[in-house]
Design a protein around this ligand. Structure first.
Ligand SMILES: [Fe+2]
Ligand SMILES: [Fe+2]
Length: 227
C-alpha cells in the first residue's frame, strides 16, 4: 500500500471507531455533526458565493452554482436543527482545520489566471475534491449506523445530505472539465493534484484529534449515566 492509501486507511479506521463510540451519546454525536456543519458553511460555500456574485457566468454554470448553494444552505439547516435537538450548540472550526483551508486558498491562488474560464475553474476543482471527501465522510457515518440498525434522526439527516453531496461531487468535477481548454489540461491536472494533496494534509492528525474529542465526550456521558 502506498502512502496515500495508508493515510486514507488510517483516517478511516480512526474516524470509524470514533463514530461507533458516538452512537447513543448526544454530546459525541453533536460534535461530529458540528464538524459536518463546518464543511457546509466553510470555505467552499464562501468561494462559490464569491464567484456567483463576481463576473457573469454562462446560464448552465450560474444555475449549477445557485442550486448547489441552496442545497448547502438546506444541509446546514438540517445539521443545526439536529444539533439543537441533541441539546448542543455548534462550535467554530478548530484552528488546524481553518489553517488547512487558508493554505488551500493561498496555494491555489496562482491558478486563478491559468484558465481562460477564470478562477471558477479553481473553485470547481477544489469543490469537487472537498465534496468527494465529504461523500466518504458521510458514507462512513451512515455505514456505522446502518450496521447497527440505528434508525435515528441523525441517520435520516446524513442520508438526505449524502444523496446531494454525491451529485455535487460529480457535477463540480464535470463542470470544471467542461470549462478547461485542451491546452490547459496539464495545468488542470497539476491543480487537481495540489488540491488533493492539501486535502490529505493533517489527515491523520485531525483524525486523532477527532477521535480524542468524540471518545472522551462519549466516555464522560456514559460515566455520568452510570453514576
Ligand atoms: Fe452539503
Ligand atoms: Fe455539497
Amino acid at each position: 500500500m502506498d502512502l496515500v492509501g495508508w493515510q486514507r486507511t488510517a483516517v478511516d479506521a480512526i474516524k470509524r471507531d470514533a463514530i461507533v463510540r458516538s452512537v447513543a451519546s448526544p454530546r459525541a454525536e453533536s460534535y461530529i455533526l458540528g464538524e459536518y456543519l463546518w464543511s457546509e458553511e466553510g470555505a467552499e460555500r464562501s468561494a462559490l458565493q464569491r464567484v456567483l456574485a463576481g463576473s457573469p457566468h454562462e446560464p448552465w454554470l450560474a444555475k449549477l452554482i445557485g442550486a448547489q448553494l441552496a442545497d448547502e444552505r438546506r444541509h446546514a439547516r438540517l445539521l443545526r436543527d439536529r444539533i439543537a435537538e441533541l441539546g448542543a450548540v455548534p462550535r467554530p472550526a478548530p484552528a488546524l482545520a481553518q489553517a488547512k483551508l487558508w493554505w488551500l486558498e493561498r496555494s491555489c491562488a496562482r491558478y486563478g489566471s491559468a484558465f481562460a474560464a477564470g478562477p471558477i475553474v479553481v473553485v470547481l476543482a477544489a469543490a469537487a475534491q472537498l465534496e468527494a471527501t465529504g461523500v466518504r465522510m458521510l458514507r462512513r457515518h451512515l455505514d456505522v449506523l446502518e450496521a447497527r440498525a440505528v434508525s435515528s434522526p441523525t441517520a435520516r439527516v446524513i442520508r438526505a445530505i449524502l444523496a446531494d453531496e454525491k451529485r455535487h461531487a460529480a457535477s463540480c468535477a464535470a463542470a470544471a472539465e467542461r470549462l478547461v481548454c485542451d491546452d490547459e489540461r496539464v495545468a488542470f491536472a497539476e491543480l487537481r493534484e495540489r488540491v488533493a494533496r492539501i486535502d490529505r494534509a493533517f489527515g491523520v492528525t485531525l483524525a486523532v484529534r477527532y477521535w480524542c474529542i468524540v471518545a472522551s465526550r462519549a466516555a464522560l456521558e456514559r460515566a455520568r449515566e452510570a453514576a
